[in-house]
Ligand binder design. Structure first.
Ligand SMILES: [Zn+2]
Length: 216
C-alpha cells in the first residue's frame, strides 16, 4: 500500500523526487502529462495542421487514465468527474476507507493497489522517453562498428536507456546484424570500449555503469 500511496502523491501533488542523489521538485505527474500534451513534440508526432503541436501518445494516455479512473470510481459508487487530480485523490481515499471497512475483497483491492503505480509508470514512460545514443564500439555479435543508414555511414551500435524509476534494462541494438543486447551485463562488456565522453555529454552518469559493473 505504501507504493500506491506514494504513487497517488506523485500523480496528484507537487513532490520531491531524487535524481542522481539530488532532490528535484516535480509537479503532479498528471499535470506534467497534461502540459506535455501540447508541448513541442521533439519526437515528431504531427501537428494537426493548425499550428498547434499535439502529442498523440500523450492524448491517448490521458484518455486511458480518464477511462480507468471512471471505471474505478464507478466500482466505488463515486460519480464521474472531469477533475482527474481531485478525482484520483478522492477515489484512493475512499477506496482505503472501504477496504478498512472490509467492503473490498482481496482481489479487487489488489487491482486498486496496482492501478496508480501503473499510471506513474506509463506517464514516466511518456514524458521521459528513453535516451538514445550511438556508441563507437564494435558489435559483440558481428564485430562491425559501422553501418549504413539511408546512405550515411553511422555507428553500428545504438543504445537506449530509460529513466531510473522505470526499472528497465538498457538495450543495445546493432544496425548491421540486428543483434540486440539487453541488460547491464551486456552494457558492462560494451561500455568498457565506449566513448565515455559521448555518454557524459549526453548527461549519462557513467558512474552508474561503473557501479553496476561491480555487481554484474
Ligand atoms: Zn552486429
Amino acid at each position: 500500500m505504501q507504493g500506491t500511496e506514494r504513487a497517488v502523491v506523485r500523480l496528484t501533488e507537487s513532490h520531491t523526487e531524487w535524481v542522481d542523489g539530488k532532490p528535484v521538485e516535480r509537479s503532479p505527474l498528471l499535470v506534467e502529462l497534461a502540459d506535455s500534451a501540447t508541448a513541442q513534440d521533439k519526437r515528431g508526432s504531427g501537428s494537426g495542421g493548425a499550428g498547434i503541436p499535439i502529442n498523440l501518445g500523450v492524448l491517448a494516455l490521458q484518455d486511458l487514465i480518464r477511462g480507468r479512473l471512471t471505471r474505478l470510481r464507478n466500482y466505488l459508487n463515486l460519480a464521474p468527474t472531469k477533475d482527474v487530480l481531485a478525482g484520483t485523490r478522492e477515489a484512493w481515499t475512499y477506496a482505503k476507507d472501504e477496504r478498512a471497512g472490509a467492503r473490498i475483497n482481496d482481489q479487487a483491492w489488489q487491482r486498486i493497489e496496482d492501478e496508480f503505480p501503473d499510471w506513474v509508470r506509463r506517464i514516466t514512460e511518456e514524458v521521459s522517453p528513453p535516451a538514445t545514443t550511438e556508441i563507437l564500439t564494435a558489435c559483440t555479435n558481428c564485430g562491425e562498428s559501422k553501418a549504413w543508414v539511408r546512405g550515411d555511414r553511422v555507428s553500428a551500435v545504438v543504445v537506449k536507456w530509460y529513466p531510473e524509476d522505470l526499472d528497465r534494462a538498457p538495450v543495445a541494438k546493432c544496425r548491421f546484424c540486428e543483434f540486440e543486447g539487453v541488460g547491464w551485463g551486456y552494457m558492462h562488456y560494451d561500455l568498457d570500449v565506449v566513448n565515455r565522453d559521448v555518454l557524459a555529454r549526453l548527461g549519462v552518469d557513467v558512474s552508474v555503469f561503473a557501479r553496476v559493473n561491480l555487481i554484474s
